[in-house]
Design a protein around this ligand. Structure first.
Ligand SMILES: *Cc1c(COP(=O)(O)O)cnc(C)c1O
Length: 355
């Protein structure tokens, strides 16, 4: 158990309009902080007023990107209760991110306690309008002022919280996807399986290119052969082809999404065949589309939950998925996951942690 020292703000901010929150633009009154010092371990867990952080310009995070992050949400139920969705999975994933980046790990129970404590202090900030939530951003930065390349001797772990709007203000809307055949997101042996800022810095050029061509997201192919489908933007990607549901195996280049994991479990419960062990080539996807067998394509992630794909563009060929409509499986997954998260459906899986 962490002994968290709480210092409350004396100047609480005005709450933003719940019906116009957007994503990642408003921040709550408080933040969680904890320091790491070599020889001492993680120490000084505290909740403080939300404020800028002061770092030495030589802090290693600025130069060598030793940085990790997580993304999760707190949901308000119709009864007013606040709850989290599988937070221990975020804690475990942050541990694997830290291991890959040579950052000391944070115990799972400490991570969950920190997140719960912040949500509790800022609980008035969890919005209640339909589809809204309090987005939580835990992250760790290397703070030692040093320009030699090596793991930092000091770190700071911070959790900030941002009330966020309904992702789909007008209902689930299928998106247009550009299959990227030039830039790659991840390569074997690299950092594709962890959440670190560097992965995103490297993805921006592909994302900008897709936007300029009129597509909203990139479908990334594997970094070696540019042949197998991996992820779409910051979401895992599922394809329903001739009745079978397929998604890229999480073998080093694909982020093991908690939404992905939850969808696979639900789909299997419902009796669908899910193949998440065999790689799927983009050619198979395009051939299936031309043969009328590409039944559904959707992305999964905490922010959007489930995002239907309506069009795919690959090397001069654009195909439409399910006539541009939302598939039955996509809709059922969306309804079920959001139902569990906002407490409309019973939590039969034990996925909910109350704050
Ligand atoms: C966070 C993330 C996902 C989705 O993970 P969830 O745990 O479902 O939110 C997928 N791909 C990438 C690259 C990500 O960073």
């Amino acid at each position: 158990m962490l002994e968290i020292k709480v210092t409350k703000t004396t100047t609480p901010k005005a709450k933003p309009d719940e019906n116009n929150l957007g994503f990642g633009t408003h921040y709550t009154d408080h933040m969680f902080r904890m320091d790491y010092t070599e020889g001492q371990g993680w120490h000084s867990p505290r909740i403080e007023p939300y404020q800028p952080i002061s770092l030495d310009p030589a802090a290693m995070v600025f130069h060598y990107a030793q940085e990790s992050f997580e993304g999760m949400k707190a949901y308000r139920t119709a009864e007013g209760q606040v709850q989290l969705f599988r937070p221990e999975k975020n804690a475990e994933r942050l541990q694997s991110t830290h291991e890959r980046l040579c950052i000391p790990t944070i115990p799972v129970e400490d991570f969950v306690q920190a997140v719960k404590a912040l949500v509790d202090v800022d609980c008035d900030w969890v919005p209640s309008a339909p589809g809204t939530s309090l987005y939580l951003r835990p992250f760790t930065i290397a703070t030692e002022p040093h320009l030699g390349v090596k793991p930092s001797a000091t770190y700071e772990f911070i959790v900030i919280a941002s009330p966020s709007g309904a992702y789909y203000a007008e209902g689930l809307d299928p998106v247009k996807i550009y299959v990227e055949d030039e830039y790659v997101r991840a390569t074997p042996g690299g950092t594709g399986f962890i959440k670190c800022g560097g992965n995103y810095a490297a993805s921006l050029a592909g994302q900008m290119k897709a936007h300029d061509l009129g597509y909203s997201q990139v479908l990334w192919l594997d970094g070696v052969k540019r042949k197998y489908v991996e992820e779409v933007g910051s979401m895992n990607c599922f394809f329903k082809i001739d009745g079978v549901i397929r998604t890229a195996p999480t073998v080093g280049t694909v982020l093991p999404g908690i939404t992905r994991m939850s969808c696979i479990e639900l789909l299997r419960d419902w009796g669908y065949t899910v193949d998440c062990d065999t790689r799927l080539s983009i050619q198979e996807v395009m051939d299936a589309a031309h043969a009328g067998k590409l039944e559904e394509v959707f992305g999964t992630g905490t922010a959007a939950v489930v995002s239907p794909v309506g069009k795919l563009y690959y090397e001069g060929d654009e195909v439409t998925v399910n006539d541009g409509n939302i598939g039955e499986v996509t809709q059922r997954l969306y309804d079920t996951l959001t139902g569990i998260q906002w407490g409309v459906l019973p939590d039969e899986k034990g996925w909910i942690v109350k704050v």
